[in-house]
Design a protein around this ligand. Structure first.
Ligand code: KG4
Ligand code: ZN
Length: 353
C-alpha cells in the first residue's frame, strides 16, 4: 500500500515548526525554530514579535523539513496545521501558509487542535498505543485531564480552574530570578534543592467543591469537574514566601524554592491523575505537553502507575514541548477518517477541545 505523507505545521506560540510524518506514526523530519532567545529579553512571549518571527522563519523551516525527509511538496498527501488555541497572529501565519501550499498543490487541508496534537505526540514512540487511554495534558496554556475515547475523540474529566501548570512554573521561575522559560530552569535548579525545605500548601479542592458547591456557574451547570486542578494558590503562596524573605532579610535558596514548588505541582498532578485512573480503572495513562518533560513528574508518574499496574506512556522531551510532528500525527488520523478543512479555515485563539 502507498505510504501517506503529511506535512505538519505548528506556529501557535513561540515555536515555528514543520515535520513530515509517514502513515501517522513515523516522523521523517522534525524541524523546530525556537524564539526563546528573542522573548527572553522581555521575560515572556511578546505576541507581536512572535508573529513577525514566524513569518520570517516559516518558509525556511518547511524547506528544511522536506529536505530532511527526502521529499518534495509533490509527494505530500495532505497538510495538517494548528488552527487553535494559541496567539491569533502566530496561528494565522501557519494557517495561511498551510492554505497556500494545499491550494497550490491541490491537496487536502486538515486543521488540527493544538491539544489534540499534544496527545498525539504519544503515538510517535509507542507504536502499539491506541485509544482508549487516559491522558493528562500539561502545558503553558492548558492543564487538562481527558479520556481519549478514539483518535480525535475526547471526554474532558478535569481542567485547571485558574493558572495552567506551565504558567505557574514560568511565573515562579521569574520571581526567583531564573528567567524564561521557567519550566526547564526550575527542573534543573530543583535537582540541587530540598523539596521539603519550603512549606507550601498543596492545591486543595475539597470534595464538596469538586462535586459542585453551587458557588459558580460552572459548578451549577455541572461542568466543574471532580478532577479539576488549581495552581494559582500555590503560585501565590510561593510568591508570598519570597516577599516575606525579602522583607525579613532571610536568604532565599533558589534551588530549595524550585524543588519545593515543583514537588507541590507534581503532587497535585499525580494525585488527581491517579484518583481518576482508579475511578475509571484505566489500563493506560499518558502525559503530554511541555510540563510532561519535567523529570520529577515523569519519575513520580512512572512510580504511581507502576504501583497500580497501569501502563505509563510519555513522549521524549522534544515531542512534549511544541513541535509539528504531533500535528502531522493528529492530522493523519483526521485525514484517514475523511475529515477536511475548507478554505475558510481560520485561526481560533480560544478553540475548545
Ligand atoms: O506545550 P508547550 O511547549 O506550549 C504550550 O502549548 O503551552 O509548553 C510550554 C510550557 C512552558 O510553561 C514551560 O515552562 C513548560 O512547558 N516546560 C516545563 C519543562 N519544559 C517545558 N515545565 C516543567 N519542567 C520542564 N522540564
Ligand atoms: Zn503546546
Amino acid at each position: 500500500m502507498k505510504d501517506t505523507l503529511i506535512l505538519g505545521i505548528e506556529s501557535s506560540c513561540d515555536e515555528t515548526a514543520a515535520s513530515v510524518v509517514k502513515n501517522g506514526r513515523t516522523v521523517l523530519s522534525n524541524i523546530i525554530s525556537s524564539q526563546i532567545d528573542l522573548h527572553t529579553l522581555y521575560g515572556g512571549v511578546v505576541p507581536e514579535l512572535a508573529s513577525r518571527k514566524h513569518i520570517e522563519k516559516i518558509n525556511q523551516v518547511i524547506r528544511l523539513a522536506l529536505e530532511e525527509a527526502g521529499v518534495t511538496l509533490d509527494d505530500l498527501d495532505a497538510i495538517g496545521v494548528t488552527y487553535g488555541p494559541g496567539l491569533v497572529g502566530a496561528l494565522l501565519v501557519g494557517v495561511s501558509e498551510a492554505k497556500a501550499i494545499a491550494w497550490a498543490k491541490d491537496i487536502p487541508l486538515v486543521g488540527v487542535h493544538h491539544i489534540e496534537g499534544h496527545v498525539s505526540a504519544n503515538y510517535i514512540e509507542h507504536p502499539d498505543l491506541e485509544p482508549p487511554f487516559m491522558c493528562e495534558i500539561i502545558s503553558g496554556g492548558h492543564t487538562h485531564l481527558v479520556l481519549v475515547k478514539d483518535y480525535g475523540e475526547f471526554e474532558i474529566l478535569g481542567r485547571s480552574r485558574d493558572d495552567a501548570a506551565g504558567e505557574a512554573f514560568d511565573k515562579v521561575a521569574r520571581a526567583i530570578g531564573l528567567g524564561y522559560p521557567g519550566g526547564p530552569k526550575i527542573d534543573k535548579a530543583a535537582r540541587e534543592g530540598n523539596p521539603h525545605a519550603v512549606e507550601l500548601p498543596r492545591p486543595h479542592i475539597t470534595n464538596e467543591i469538586r462535586e459542585g458547591s453551587g458557588v459558580s456557574k460552572r459548578a451549577r451547570d455541572g461542568s466543574e469537574g471532580k478532577y479539576d486542578f488549581s495552581f494559582s494558590g500555590l503560585k501565590s503562596a510561593t510568591l508570598n514566601y519570597l516577599n516575606k524573605c525579602a522583607m525579613t532579610g532571610q536568604t532565599v535558596s533558589q534551588a530549595d524554592v524550585a524543588a519545593s514548588f515543583q514537588q507541590a505541582v507534581v503532587d497535585e498532578l499525580v494525585e488527581n491523575a491517579m484518583r481518576a485512573a482508579e475511578d475509571y480503572q484505566t489500563e493506560t495513562f499518558a502525559i503530554a505537553g511541555g510540563v510532561a518533560a519535567n523529570s520529577a513528574l515523569r519519575r513520580a508518574m512512572k512510580e504511581a502507575c507502576g504501583k497500580r499496574g497501569i501502563r505509563f506512556c510519555y513522549p521524549s522531551p522534544i515531542f512534549c514541548t511544541d513541535n509539528a510532528a504531533m500535528i502531522g500525527v493528529a492530522a493523519y488520523y483526521d485525514y484517514i477518517k475523511g475529515i477536511r478543512s475548507g478554505w475558510d479555515l481560520n485561526a481560533v485563539p480560544n478553540l475548545k477541545l
